[in-house]
Design a protein around this ligand. Structure first.
Ligand code: G16
Length: 543
């Protein structure tokens, strides 16, 4: 194999965010932009000779082009074996599953998750480590440092690989093994859940709708839900992956999964509805005329975990990101297990899962997962719900209401203000920050502030510290207001305002969420002066 060493200049904007590097496709298409990031990743990993990798992506525009480049660079950097999904496709959970199954050194996942795709859309790349999870900050910081210092990259002089052909090909000494992108993942799901019970449920008078939003989960959902579990053909909608996601926004929430939401709130609504995102790691769960918040979903999965064969001996602990509601903490308390609170970003769960300190993890951003892999997992959450429904013979609505009756309800909402000019968002955050020290002990509209700080996380496993992970104002009794800037957007800043209020009065458990939280929502706006700093009178997205 011959290779070329290409001289290059550093880019200054390649700092990985909450989940890898996400930018506009047009940014990634700049000469050497992708190559610089890939070489910087390899440089940060040290000697790559003889190591192996899993590579795949969510199928968005530029996926295959990027994979061809990365394969040639991997060969030039000494890797010996790469597993790549057929046609370059792997959902994020499937990639994590394969890294673990094949004991790979790591993986490269190409995705900008739920962000729109296409020529003018977004693209993304991240490195996952040998446990199958996103690289921790120690590695992403190392990659960023390399991107600032890079002056050359290595690439093999080789023809493009045939990514549609299953089986082995080579680039010099490196073997490229093109594998079925669904089979291993589907087998893992079958090993975790009670497929017989779910099959019986689906064979009964029970209807389900799964919206793959023209993104990566279509083939996975069709194989698992329709073929292996026998859901009626057509239960999976928008199941054909398109490289622009059908020009949609594959973010499974009440705003963007509109087709599914409309069906679930129609007169003839199915019993169960779910959607996943661009790369298959997020999930939204709906019942007939009923939305389950991701925070409640985590708590309910934890409370009912023994319904599922893989978790029937109990849980070691539950972990949630800081802005996720505290509903899961109440379940942990009742089960007598540890509740962990981490910063936003699935990478922070990796150490807890590896050390067996947590079994289930979840985030308000429609992410739920467990120790079966080291990414959040959309279809896994859907199967978990189906398994619970099959065992309990109750509807989604009944299960959630029973949960609230037992534990109380954490009313919860997130208000997003998207594409705010960065300077405005920074000024707003500084304004909030400047008030923190004077807030503690104050009475704000009848609530006493118990703490007001910028969240800092001490990882109990490796003792690493992550600062500035979101401003939180907590009140006596558990109500909270949290402000953070998203780390996944590609245009301006996204301000996220998270509002939570606990209610255990049995007569007040079924209020409309925004209604129940009105007072706290107004308080958040007045603390942050949102309109003054951003000119916005209402959020772009409410979940
Ligand atoms: C990523 C991370 C999640 C995080 C989410 C939102 O998810 O893996 O841990 O909660 O982004 O992050 P932010 O609030 O910073 O935008 P995904 O599905 O986009 O990969």
């Amino acid at each position: 194999m011959t290779m070329t060493i290409v001289r290059t200049d550093a880019f200054t904007d390649q700092k990985p965010g909450t989940s890898g590097l996400r930018k506009k496709v047009t940014t990634f298409k700049q000469i050497n932009y992708l190559e610089n990031f890939v070489q910087s990743t390899f440089n940060a990993l040290g000697d790559c000779t003889g190591k192996n990798l899993v590579i795949g992506g969510d199928g968005r525009y530029y996926n295959q082009t990027a994979i061809q480049i990365i394969l040639k660079m991997a060969a030039a950097n000494g890797f010996s074996h790469v597993w790549v999904g057929q046609n370059g496709i792997l959902s994020t959970p499937a990639a994590s599953c394969l890294i673990r199954k094949y004991s790979a050194f790591g993986g490269i996942i190409l995705s900008a998750s739920h962000n729109p795709a296409g020529v003018d859309g977004d693209f993304g790349i991240k490195f996952n480590v040998s446990n199958g999870g996103p690289a921790p900050e120690s590695i992403t910081n190392g990659i960023y440092q390399q991107t600032l210092e890079i002056s050359e990259y290595k690439i093999a002089n080789a023809a493009d690989l045939k990514l549609h052909e299953l089986g082995q090909q080579t680039i010099g000494d490196m073997t490229v093994e093109v594998i079925d992108c669904v089979a291993d993942y589907a087998d893992l799901m079958q090993a975790i859940f009670d497929f017989d019970a779910i099959k019986q449920l689906l064979a009964s008078d029970f209807s389900l709708r799964f919206d793959a939003m023209h993104a990566v989960t279509g083939p996975y959902a069709i194989e698992i839900l329709e073929k292996r579990l026998g859901a009626a053909e057509g239960s999976v909608i928008n199941g054909i992956p398109l490289n622009d996601f059908g020009q949609g926004h594959p973010d499974p929430n009440l705003t963007y999964a509109k087709e599914l939401v409309d069906q679930m709130y129609a007169d003839d609504a199915p019993d169960f509805g779910a959607a996943s995102d661009g790369d298959g790691d997020r999930n939204m769960i709906l019942g007939n005329h009923f939305f389950v918040t991701p925070s409640d979903s985590l708590a309910i999965l934890a409370a009912n975990a023994t319904c599922v064969p893989a978790y029937n001996t109990g849980l070691k602990g539950i972990a949630r990101s800081m802005p996720t509601s505290q509903a899961a903490d109440r379940v942990a308390e009742k089960l007598g297990i540890e509740a962990h609170e981490t910063p936003t970003g699935w990478k922070f769960f990796g150490n807890l899962l590896d050390a067996d300190l947590a079994t289930l993890c979840g985030e308000e951003s429609f992410g739920t997962g467990s120790n079966h892999i080291r990414e959040k997992d959309g279809l896994w959450a859907v199967l978990f719900w189906l398994n619970i429904l099959a065992v309990k013979h109750q509807s989604v609505n009944e299960i959630v209401l029973a949960h609230w009756k037992l534990y109380g309800r954490n009313y919860y909402t997130r208000h997003d203000y998207e594409e705010v000019p960065s300077e405005q968002a920074e000024a707003l955050m500084s304004h909030i920050q400047s008030q923190l020290s004077s807030l503690v002990g104050k009475n704000l509209d009848g609530r006493i502030v118990e703490y007001a700080d910028n969240f800092s996380y001490l990882d109990p496993v490796d003792n690493s510290v992550s600062n500035n992970q979101g401003v939180r104002i907590g009140f006596i009794g558990g109500d909270r207001i949290i402000f953070r800037l998203s780390g996944t957007g590609t245009q301006g800043a996204t301000l996220r305002v998270y509002i939570e209020s606990y209610e255990d009065d049995a007569t007040k458990l079924e209020q409309e969420t925004q209604q129940a939280l009105t007072q706290l929502i107004e308080l958040a706006s007045s603390i942050a002066l949102i309109e003054k700093f951003t000119g916005r009178t209402e959020p772009t997205v409410i979940t």
